[in-house]
Design a protein around this ligand. Structure first.
Ligand code: ATP
Ligand code: ZN
Length: 283
């Protein structure tokens, strides 16, 4: 059986979450900071640790079968790869930002202005779509200081909380793209059964992250009202308790409406609510 290769970021914002995801998929490997390649002992897979900018091309050229990288990097490098799965971490947006004290209020005012960025391809396409001609200044880092140095009128950079913009006297002005980490594969890799197996493991970990396991007690007469509030994977399990009029209900609920659901359940008569994290959900 051919050993697969997956490329992940060696160090930086995506490294830790990428390693955690693969470990949660049950893959056993050493995460030595010094090594470029690490074999997985219980799956025919090797992990390549690379700079994120190099990952799309390695995957396009088939040197790695799979990669975990930000959508922003894929769009910027314009590679031909298959998008296999969004991964829910590394979320950020590519935004145009202008100095706080500027007079720019309309996007068309960027015409003829200098915009510094490390994402000239994505920014170029965006401006073209809007019919705007700006002077795109490609720089390799510290984009946020360029207006202060008089090198540009605006910037186009990745933002997550906006703290870096704020501390440099900049404010977000327009959203160019939103991004998160994704699993990509070489064209055709999706037909490989080992790739399929890995995607399924990843999906079961992601599903589990989005949900909580809930056990609660309820008096039989209140059971219909409680059940009406619960989705469950198929349907909730109802288990009789020693005390005849009471039952225990076991189910999973989505993380996003967790607090709303819990207070509704209490109002409907649920008691002794226990909430637990889930490791995996295999459908
Ligand atoms: P490398 O050394 O691998 O080239 P890098 O410095 O280019 O790393 P990082 O800053 O580690 O990259 O960011 C990696 C990815 O994390 C980005 O491409 C983006 O998809 C994502 N990301 C999430 N939030 C942010 C943010 N606030 N700023 C920059 N990138 C972010
Ligand atoms: Zn990089």
């Amino acid at each position: 059986m051919k050993t697969l290769k997956i490329a992940i970021q060696k160090s930086g914002r995506l490294n830790e979450k990428s390693v955690e995801l693969l470990k949660n998929c049950g893959l056993n490997f050493e995460n030595y900071k010094s090594s470029l390649i690490s074999p997985v002992s219980n799956f025919p897979l090797e992990i390549l640790f690379l700079r994120d900018d190099d990952i799309p091309e390695y995957v396009q050229d088939g040197i790695a079968d799979l990669g975990i990288v930000g959508e922003n990097v894929i769009q910027e490098t314009e590679v031909e790869v298959s998008y296999l799965q969004k991964l829910g971490f590394g979320k950020c947006s590519l935004k145009i930002a202008v100095p706080n004290n500027n007079t720019i209020t309309d996007i068309n005012q960027l015409n003829g202005k200098a915009i510094a960025t490390t994402y000239p391809v994505i920014l170029g396409k965006y401006l073209k779509e809007k019919g705007i001609t700006s002077d795109i200044r490609t720089i390799s880092g510290s984009v946020e200081i360029s207006p202060g140095l008089g090198l540009s009128d605006a910037i186009c950079d990745l933002v997550s909380t906006g703290g870096t913009l704020k501390s440099n006297g900049l404010m977000p002005f327009a959203d160019v793209m939103s991004s998160e980490a994704v699993l990509i594969g070489s064209k055709g890799s999706e037909d490989n059964h080992l790739v399929q197996e890995l995607i399924q493991r990843i999906q079961s970990v992601l599903r589990a992250k989005e949900t909580k396991y809930v056990v609660l007690n309820v008096e039989r007469k209140n059971l219909p009202a409680v059940l009406a509030l619960l989705p469950g994977v198929k349907s909730p399990s109802v288990v009789p308790l020693a005390e005849g009029d009471w039952v225990a209900v076991h189910t999973v609920i989505p993380e996003r409406d967790f607090w709303d659901r819990i207070s509704q359940l209490k109002q409907a008569g649920a008691q002794g609510i226990v909430v637990m994290p889930i490791e995996k959900i295999i459908l």
